[in-house]
Design a protein around this ligand. Structure first.
Ligand code: HEM
Length: 435
């Protein structure tokens, strides 16, 4: 595959194929994945993984991905490398009828049978927005906190996503996320070697398709994208801003984000935002030490706690171990900077655990860098509370900290879109009724 005069590396070509999508993207992926690789990159096996035979084998929590994912050498769960987000609307007005509900249930079930439920096969979730539940006369069960999306900082003006449903496809194999979309929408006769018989074609209309990636090496491949300073993103960075994220000690557990009561017990809520990142400023305006202070804390910078992308940190960002969460206003006065992770550590629950299970990933959709910030939490209130801590409004204009300047990473990110969804338990995954 070539891009102008440049020959794309294999990894970059796979990422680019996911972004392109369609039959051309899929053909390119399948071709690349059938070639031998020495990099340990997930490949399409000549003997593809079998699908999951029985739905009963799978947990009722759609979001129970961890036990089916890789872990790194420190025990941190590793998110699949390739992601596709499908925003779609039900085609009719009013409530969804039972025939269509059954059709979609069969299509989602067939997808599980087609791919092994694992990050090297296919993991997916299906979520529903507040706009979807407006189709019904009865209100959404009070056991679920699912407000309409809103601006969550005084300095942001996002657009709001209001599709009925959001399908999140994730796999280490680029071909799987592409092929699964095409199978679901009835664009293929076979997928992963099996015949496609059940689809959501005709009952939903795709309104947007977004793509992304996460993992060492993938962001560094994109110094050709607008706004990425040449050679600035380190070769082993899993995300564009150059640091590892998602340490197990700094994430909510799947258990703690699960709704425990009512008709959606076993489900969770999902927030999806699109953040644009200003990497030119991040890498050119700041020294490495400033970047560590802004991402973690001034203590992390002064004590040199973060080496490279932060793999040395093991399974914790050390925000609780260093107690920096209690020093936010002192650091604003004394250091003139407060860190992102430091501020966020203030938003933990009564047991001292993070409220969010972050499953965010990088993107170059529309030729610009950004993050599809996807997180799971028991209630959207947990997200709002966490995001409020990140706003650092209490330390804006304290010491050397401004509304955005030296206030974590706020200066380098802009929230472009926000949307809220309910991920029902697997048994209610297809067009759930509100109660
Ligand atoms: C460009 C966007 C972002 C980047 C690159 C980023 C990166 C990071 C990094 C490197 C850490 C420290 C390592 C870790 O704990 O995983 C962290 C922690 C965290 N971030 Fe972000 N983040 C971003 C946006 C957000 C947003 C929008 C939120 C939600 C409001 C958020 C919530 C958190 C939380 C809850 C923690 C853990 C805090 C704790 O330990 O209690 N992040 N982030």
């Amino acid at each position: 595959m070539t891009d102008g005069d440049r020959t794309l590396t294999r990894r970059e070509a796979l990422r680019a194929a996911v972004a392109v999508g369609g039959s051309a993207g899929l053909a390119a992926c399948l071709n690349l994945e059938s070639q031998p690789t020495e990099t340990g990159e997930a490949n399409r096996n000549t003997d593809p993984p079998d699908g999951t035979e029985s739905a009963a084998e799978l947990p009722n929590r759609q979001h129970a991905w961890t036990e089916f994912s890789r872990t790194d050498k420190h025990g941190n769960p590793v998110l699949a490398r390739h992601h596709v987000l499908l925003l779609a609307n039900y085609v009719d007005d009013g409530p969804v009828d039972d025939v269509d509900r059954k059709q979609a249930a069969n299509a989602f079930r067939e997808l599980e049978e087609t791919y092994r439920w694992a990050s090297d096969g296919l993991l997916f979730t299906v979520g529903y927005s507040p706009a979807y539940f407006d189709r019904y006369d009865e209100p959404l069960s009070e056991s679920v906190d699912l407000p309409r999306p809103a601006a969550l900082a005084p300095f942001e003006d996002p657009s709001f996503d209001t599709p009925d449903l959001l399908v999140h496809l994730a796999s280490d194999r680029a071909s799987a996320v592409l092929e699964a979309k095409q199978a679901l929408f009835g664009e293929l006769e076979t997928a992963n070697g099996s015949e496609v018989t059940e689809t959501i074609d005709g009952i939903v209309e795709l309104v947007d398709r977004r793509t992304g990636f996460i993992g060492p090496g993938l962001p560094a491949e994109h110094d050709d994208v607008n706004g990425v300073p040449d050679g600035a993103v380190s070769e082993d960075a899993p995300l564009f801003m150059g640091f590892k994220s998602g340490f197990v000690e700094n994430q909510a557990t799947e258990n703690s984000v699960t709704i425990t009561e009512g008709p959606f017990a076993g489900g969770t809520t999902q927030h999806l935002s699109l953040l644009r990142t200003e990497l030119d400023q991040w890498y050119n305006q700041d020294s490495r030490e400033q970047r560590v202070a802004k991402m973690f804390s001034a203590t992390h910078a002064a004590e040199d706690l973060v080496e490279g992308v932060g793999d040395n940190l093991g399974d914790s960002s050390l925000v609780s171990e260093t107690g920096v969460g209690d020093r936010v206003s002192d650091d604003a006065f004394e250091e003139g900077v407060v860190g992102h992770a430091q501020k966020l550590a203030r938003a933990r629950d009564e047991d001292g655990d993070p409220r969010l299970l972050r499953r965010d990933f990088a993107t170059v959709d529309d030729g610009r860098t950004g993050v599809h910030f996807l997180s799971l939490q028991e209630s959207i209130a947990d997200f709002i509370q966490t995001r409020t801590a990140m706003n650092g409004t209490d330390v804006a204009n304290v010491g050397g900290v401004g509304t955005k300047n030296n206030n974590g990473i706020l200066q380098y990110i802009t929230t472009v879109r926000r949307g809220n969804y309910l991920l029902p338990p697997r048994s209610k995954r297809s067009f759930p009724r509100p109660s």
